[in-house]
Design a binder for this molecule. Structure first.
Ligand SMILES: [Fe+2]
Length: 218
């Protein structure tokens, strides 16, 4: 079984999207409590979708870019279009939140239900396109290289175990992969987390190693 950057997170997202769609279809949005529950689930889902896109842009698209300058363009364009739909859905949610009349909120809720399902159809096409790229990634990269992406991603979002592993493995990684992972970490992490990564790398790399790495990125 090859290291798979897409399938499991996408399975979780499909499940979550369907759950929110079912809730949006069944909940009586005229009731404030039912709306608040939908609002909170949608907000959590939105956060997850944003983090997922950030991670793909930081760690997966550079894998395509390293082999072909234009290969990630369609996926990147999808991300931009999907973001517009998410912004529209968020605005609809905000409008419902401000609405005091249960009747009007229920009307807006029906509109949201249809828009959200339309978004799902867009999103399903996108993640299917990504999953169809897996054979390319398996052809172009070893499992070890793909696993380093997962490890660096986990370290960038707060896994201390991941941070220890990636820092200790860093010296043995080839230079262009070091640069790719370092840039991905910076792009995906908070500035505080990125600071921790840099501090540990300075200690772990041989003298001038850290400086060589960062000056090669200027
Ligand atoms: Fe994506």
């Amino acid at each position: 079984m090859r290291v798979d950057l897409y399938t499991n997170p996408h399975k979780e997202q499909r499940e979550w999207l369907y759950q929110v769609a079912i809730q949006a279809g069944k909940a009586d949005i005229a009731h404030k409590e039912a709306f608040d529950e939908l609002f909170s689930n949608f907000t959590e889902l939105l956060k997850d979708l944003h983090q997922h896109v950030r991670a793909e842009e930081a760690f997966v698209h550079p894998l395509y870019l390293a082999k072909n300058l234009f290969m990630a363009d369609p996926l990147h364009a999808d991300h931009e279009i999907l973001e517009l739909s998410l912004q529209d859905l968020s605005l609809q949610m905000q409008k419902m939140k401000r609405e005091d009349s249960g009747e009007k909120r229920a009307e807006l809720g029906l509109f949201f239900y249809r828009s959200f399902n339309r978004f799902i159809s867009q999103y399903l096409e996108h993640i299917d396109a990504e999953e169809r790229m897996l054979p390319f990634l398996w052809e172009a990269y070893s499992d070890e290289q793909l696993m380093l992406c997962i490890l660096t991603y986990k370290a960038s979002i707060g896994s201390d175990e991941g941070l220890i592993k990636i820092v200790s493995a860093f010296e043995s990684i080839d230079k262009s992969s070091q640069q790719r992972l370092f840039k991905g970490f910076k792009q995906n992490a908070s500035s505080e987390r990125f600071g921790q990564f840099c501090t540990q790398l300075k200690v772990a790399l041989p003298p001038n190693g850290y400086q060589d790495l960062t000056s090669s990125l200027l």
